[in-house]
Design a protein. Sequence first.
Lengths: 421, 174
Amino acid sequence: MVGQTLIQKILARASGKESEGVIENEIVFVSPHRILSHDNSAAISKTFHKIVGSEGKVWDPERIFIALDHAVPPPDAVKADNHKVIRQFVKDQQIKHFYEGGTGICHEVLPAKGHVPPNVVILGSDSHTTTHGAFGAAGIPIGRTETASVWAIGETWLKVPESIKIILNGSLPKGVYAKDIILDIIRQVTAAGATYNSVEFYGSAVKTLSISERMTLSNLTAEMGAKSGIFPVDNVTDEWNKQFGFKYDRMTADEDARYVKTLELDISSLTPRIAKPHKVDNVVPIEDLEKTYIDVALIGTCTNGRLDDLEIAAEILKDKTIPPGVRLLVYPASQDVLLQATRKGIIETLIAAGGQIGVPACGPCLGAYGGCIAAGEKAISSANRNFKGRMGSKENTGIYLASPATVAKSALAGYITAEEE
Amino acid sequence: MRFTSQKLWIFAEDDINTDVIFPGRYTYEPLSPEEMAKHAMEDYDPEFVKKVEKGDIIVAGNNFGAGSSREQAVTCLQASGISCIIAGSFARIYFRNAINQALPLVISPECSQFVLKNKERILSEMIKIDVDFDKGEIKIDKEIFSFPKLDDQALLIFKAGGLVEYTKARLKEK
Ligand code: SF4
């Protein structure tokens, strides 16, 4: 057997080829442990019925996961209808893992509710399904029609990808965060640099990264075009898994596994980064940015809307208020996060500083509702995409991506900065 | 399958993302393919919907279709009449979505570079492009470029007319 990377081992197991292993570019057929979808489930259900007829049933109602999150609560009747169609489908098909709007963003809810054990394949009709690599699973994004097809027959074909190895050494300096690491990686790899590849994270620094920080990294591997971005299971993963009582082995890549690219990064010398409009790989150190005033500061999304993110922002904003003219939008990634942040006084701090707290969901991240930007406005966001028009108007607007700490500091200053007042 | 372009749309850029091909603000509205076509390339080139015709071909740089998994970014172009897209490379999910909708995509860095470099002349002289999908060959302006054919599995789906038809057939077999 040729040396196997992590993704090769996971795909080999999922396709019943564990003893012989799989080779790069081989086509395998895989049945997912879970298949994720969200507000797009209504459209998927239409295609599903085109395939199986109006009376057809899904292959396994226990392995389908649906969370409403992209337009929550629905801002208009069209989007409310969309949710209604999904609820009816869930009922008709007896989908077991359905999460009502307000529970949180799909990528946050899926692992937090115990759906992501290590070593499995998670398919998702959302490009940031890569997030689930943080748990030692292969989170692989697919499209809507493909999701409908998996609902019908329970499997799909995957090409075994080539892999990229990223080695992180050192420790993060004060004021520098997981988001800064991955933004710098994207700068180096570029937006297309990991297309069709799977990314694996190694190095001494990885052991010090929390589950939440790993999710930020895995989430953003999607912005290099990656098929998955995986952290090998270690003590941190084991600790997280205790709450679910998962039984699993520690899968590791073989010594002689092949990587098409290896990138080594000493994070000790990293400084805060920012991704400038309109591409995620348009990354510079913040000190190189000209003075940029902002109208909106967004803390939230599946990239950086967790408890540690809100806590970091609250520490910066404690006993301070943002200046007039700046809108600080806070969208906790889930109800659980919101609840914990409330109990810890984090939410109070953020409100007192002038923050507007949204219902746990995607918010303005995709520009459909909840605080879109107007023509000529600039936003700083803890999200993962800064494409033109993504958060609302495309007319002379710009989205800057940074860590929650930088977003909070910029909200206070009124312009983009990583310096504390 | 063979296509000769009506008109060429040359998007001389890398990483053209699905947000500009089909904006996020419409993604959760139940639209027909024809309605989707009205928003095709809206945030990139507003002239596109006004002038696109059936049989037009798009040529772009690398990593076309980056970003979101939204399938409308394939459907809207298909419904607007685009018969084929040629690029240096495609984003992974975009490529799969296109196979699943049976929209022919051609990966040819050489052709992409040639067209992008000669953009002005190709457009002003209205030079057409000819794509032989089965043979894996593109002809333009006396140049011939070959491109890799689809993998067997992708070809099966493509030939069935897309994943809906393919899965239907699979279900029947079962
Ligand atoms: S928060 Fe943004 S990136 Fe994440 S799933 Fe929602 S829309 Fe997508």
